[in-house]
Write a protein that binds this ligand. Structure first.
Ligand SMILES: [Zn+2]
Length: 212
């Protein structure tokens, strides 16, 4: 909170000068409506979680990554982003996928450890993907959400050499010791794993910033 005032002042200065020439990385906030690509998944919008809601790491060097954990938010997409931006909530996930159109936000870098599994060992070894909806409302699990999420999971599996199967792509309810039930009985695992395996390889390609 102490930093709010100087940051705002800096922002005003920036807005009063050549704002268009300032790289996104130097701005305290993204401009409204701008799609800033996620650092790891270019198709995702970067909507960073509070730095108080995850653990900085250097994965996969610091911790091998061999799981993707599937969640359902039990709240709306925008409320999920707000929760992740609130350091009092002590929770985050790497990605959030919107029900209506599959729009995806990245909230935590994959190198860092998001707090989503409720189990430190599983947090350190996994990428967490939240899906907008409720476990008892299958209408939220839209075709476009399945397809977009499956492409994301396929890209993650390609990055870390994770087998695209149910031993490595798991539900939150399968994390040892959890009392969470998501994604719940309406999540179509057979369909999801099939979509992950049929996702086009090129969607997994642009991983590292090595263009040109
Ligand atoms: Zn969950």
């Amino acid at each position: 909170m102490e930093r709010a005032r100087p940051r705002l002042s800096r922002r005003r200065v920036l807005q009063g000068t050549a704002l268009a020439a300032v790289p996104y990385a130097l701005l305290p906030e993204t401009r409204a409506g701008a799609h800033v690509p996620g650092p790891d998944h270019p198709l995702a919008e970067w909507q960073p979680a509070s730095t108080g809601n995850y653990t900085v790491a250097n994965r996969p060097l610091s911790h091998p990554v061999d799981r993707v954990i599937i969640h359902v938010t039990q709240t709306t997409y925008p409320k999920t982003l707000i929760v992740f931006q609130n350091p009092k909530k002590q929770v985050s996930a790497h990605y959030v996928v919107r029900s209506a159109d599959g729009h995806t936000s990245q909230c935590v870098r994959e190198a860092d450890i998001a707090w989503h599994a409720g189990n430190w060992e599983h947090n350190t070894r996994s990428i967490g993907i939240e899906h907008e909806g409720w476990v008892d409302q299958p209408a939220y699990f839209t075709d476009v959400m399945y397809e977009t999420s499956a492409r994301l999971t396929a890209a993650i599996c390609a990055r870390y050499g994770i087998p695209k199967d149910r031993d490595h792509i798991i539900g939150h309810h399968e994390v040892p010791g959890t009392d969470h039930t998501d994604p719940g009985p309406h999540w179509d695992w057979t369909r999801y794993i099939r979509l992950v395996n049929s996702a086009e390889a090129r969607t997994a390609a642009p991983v590292r910033p090595s263009f040109g």
